[in-house]
Structure formats: C-alpha cells, structure tokens
Write a protein of this length. Structure first.
Lengths: 111, 115
C-alpha cells in the first residue's frame, strides 16, 4: 500500500504560468515532507522541505503548502520555466518511519 | 558541494552473477542509502547505514546485501542477480542525526540490466 501518492503521472504547463504538483499521504505520523527534482540521467536533487509545524514554506519560485487535516501537500512553481521540466518526487517521514517517496510526476514546461 | 559518486553509469550482468555497486561520498556524511527507482513505484529503500559497519534493512532488502567498511564508501551487493533486479540504483548520503529527517544527496545512478 503506497503511503505517499502522486496521482498525476504528468503535467504540462505553459512557460510563465503556475505549475502545481500534488501529493497525498496516508500516515498521520508523517511530520517532515520534501520535494526532489530529477532530470534524466541524473540523481534527484533536493528542492524544498516543510515540517508539520508549518503550513507553508517558500524558496524563490518554489512554495510548498501542507494541509495536515487533508493529508495533502502541494508544490507551486511560479513562474514556470522550461528548465523546470523534470520529474518531481514528494517524500515523507516521521516518528521513526523511513523516508517514503511517491511515484513521481513528470512536469513539462512548454515555451 | 556534496559529491556522491557511483562507480558505473550502466551495467549489464547475467542471471546468477554476483554484482557489486559502489558508492563514494566526499562530505563526511554519517548516513548512506541505497534506493532503486522503477517506473510507477518511485524510489524504494533497499538498505541504509548510519555509521561505519552499521547497516539497517530498508523496505525491499531481499536479494541484496551491503557493506560499509569506511565512512565514505557504501557498497550494494547482489549475491545472485535476477532479472527482476533490473532497475536504476541510486546511492545517497546525508548528515548525521536522524537518518530519515534530513535532505538526501544523490549520485547519478547506475542503470543495471540483468539478462
């Protein structure tokens, strides 16, 4: 049973618009959440994280929102750029649980 | 910048062979990890290590073993490779403390094909 789900396998967005990537989790003990970005032929790179004591964390064009009651987090990229085209993984951990990754969402930003 | 280096980008091995995947990190990180990435399944943890000679099973350890004789090096061993171990293997490291509560630094991966 997947504890972290990214229900959209892919997303296509126009350059300059907002990209919203979604992630749902089932384990209420998760308290630390991360997003990673992966380009082809490279390893994932850490993008942004959020702990459960916050509901929002911002870093430049990237903002992560956490809705604990809905067990949902999202990554907003504004404005989207062609270089943002990659696979995005969300991940969660907490209460001694190992980090669990979602299946990933392929983002394509069209110029 | 943290550098995690995996010794091979591509490997092709035969069923039943013993396979070694090597990983070295240069930032004195305590924690090291081996994941495999498969389409539709994301990244799944095979083994991790929080100190030299220490190892812990991840979510899918069956068919694998690991070795950490030095802090900077973490090896993944497939004792007898099988076709269902064809995958992308990713090594990662992180600072000390809770192994699962700090960002991971990944290598570029090894694409292993078992025929």
């Amino acid at each position: 049973d997947q504890q972290v789900k990214q229900n959209s396998p892919s997303l296509s967005v126009q350059e300059g618009r907002i990209s919203i990537l979604n992630c749902d989790y089932t384990n209420s003990m998760f308290d630390y959440f991360l997003w990673y970005k992966k380009y082809p032929a490279e390893g994932p790179t850490f993008l942004i994280s959020i702990s459960s004591i916050k509901d929002k964390n911002e870093d430049g064009r990237f903002t992560v929102f956490l809705n604990k009651s809905a067990k949902h987090l999202s990554l907003h990229i504004v404005p989207s750029q062609p270089g943002d085209s990659a696979v995005y993984f969300c991940a969660a951990s907490g209460d001694g649980n190992k980090l669990v990754f979602g299946a990933g969402t392929i983002l394509r930003v069209k110029s | 910048d943290v550098k995690v280096t995996q010794s091979s980008r591509y490997l092709v091995k035969r069923t039943g062979e013993k396979v070694f995947l090597e990983c070295v990190q240069d930032m004195d990180h305590e924690n090291m990890f081996w994941y495999r990435q498969d389409p539709g399944l994301g990244l799944r943890l095979i083994y991790f290590s929080y100190d030299v000679k220490m190892k812990e099973k991840g979510d899918i350890p069956e068919g694998y073993s690991v070795s950490r004789e030095k802090k900077e090096r973490f090896s993944l061993i497939l004792e007898s490779a099988s076709t269902n171990q064809t995958s992308m293997y990713l090594c990662a490291s992180s600072f000390g403390g809770a192994p699962h509560n700090s960002p991971l630094h990944f290598g570029n991966g090894t694409r292993l094909t078992v025929t």
